[in-house]
Write a protein that binds this ligand. Structure first.
Ligand SMILES: Nc1nc2c(ncn2[C@@H]2O[C@H](COP(=O)(O)OP(=O)(O)OP(=O)(O)O)[C@@H](O)[C@H]2O)c(=O)[nH]1
Ligand SMILES: [Mg+2]
Length: 243
């Protein structure tokens, strides 16, 4: 029997998300239906709460070869977790999203379908665009968009919205991907510098059901994130020829 090539690999980095996993994994299983050319890779990103064992236990119970896992031994950041998942992926198209149930599994397929229906799927970058009112969090997004315009001269909207879906060739062009949250802006910027079309799809960003945000928990943590973003944009600007 010949194996069916994977069209789409979906990477979900999980960092201390034990309580979200059962519902998350079963939702992906349900949304995939009987599509055979998909793989979902749950990355235990060096968690300390038993996330890795929980993923293994649930996947063994479901026993579906399309649902896979890989493990990062020591946490090195959000981006590193995603990159580790991309490394073991086999799809022609790649995607990532969040594992905390704030982003619906359906969105990955909706963005993928929009990308495939676009003029040049192999030269396009699909992304979510959050449409719901997110209160003060929206202020951080606007600040980031303003700084991006100022420093990089690019109009980049809803940079951290999930999912991201793109052809493998974009991943192959990653020369200096960051290990942290900055991976979302890096991939989007790489798509723009490669002259990709940006294909946006409206999504709803839900409240967390379990656990807490890993970065947005105090005014200080938010200011720290804005400064980090600012520094990273300067880095992108200075290194734009070698990224
Ligand atoms: N901070 C952090 N998050 C990680 C890491 N690896 C994976 N993640 C996942 O990244 C996703 C986003 O993290 P969150 O802290 O919820 O951040 P967010 O969803 O952008 O923002 P909130 O609205 O504050 O929840 C979650 O699914 C985490 O499990 C990591 O090393 N660090
Ligand atoms: Mg979250």
């Amino acid at each position: 029997m010949t194996s069916v090539p994977t069209d789409l690999s979906i990477v979900l980095p999980c960092y201390n998300e034990k309580e979200n996993l059962s519902s998350l994994i079963y939702s992906y299983k349900k949304v995939m239906g009987d599509r055979q050319n998909i793989e979902v890779i749950f990355v235990d990103n060096g968690s300390s709460d038993g996330t890795g064992n929980e993923i293994t236990t649930i996947l063994a119970k479901i026993n579906d070869p399309r649902l896979k896992t890989t493990r990062v031994e020591i946490n090195k950041g959000y981006g590193f977790g995603i990159l580790s998942g991309l490394k073991v992926s086999t799809g022609h198209f790649l995607a990532w999203s969040h594992a905390d149930q704030q982003c619906s599994p359906e969105d990955v397929f909706r963005v993928y379908d929009s990308l495939m229906a676009s003029k040049k799927p192999s030269h396009s970058f699909g992304k979510g665009h959050r449409t719901n009112d997110r209160g003060r969090a929206a202020f951080l997004t606007l600040t980031q968009e303003f700084l991006t315009r100022l420093i990089l001269g690019e109009k980049m909207i809803e940079i951290n919205a999930q999912p991201k879906v793109f052809p493998r060739t974009l991943n192959t062009s990653f020369n200096m991907p960051p290990n942290g949250y900055e991976l979302d802006i890096y991939a989007y910027y790489k798509a723009l510098t490669n002259k990709f079309d940006i294909v946006s799809t409206n999504v709803i960003f839900h409240d967390r059901r379990h656990g807490k945000s890993k970065w947005s928990f105090s005014l200080f943590s938010k200011i720290k994130q804005i400064i980090k973003n600012f520094n990273y944009l300067i880095f992108l600007r200075l290194n734009r020829k070698n990224l």
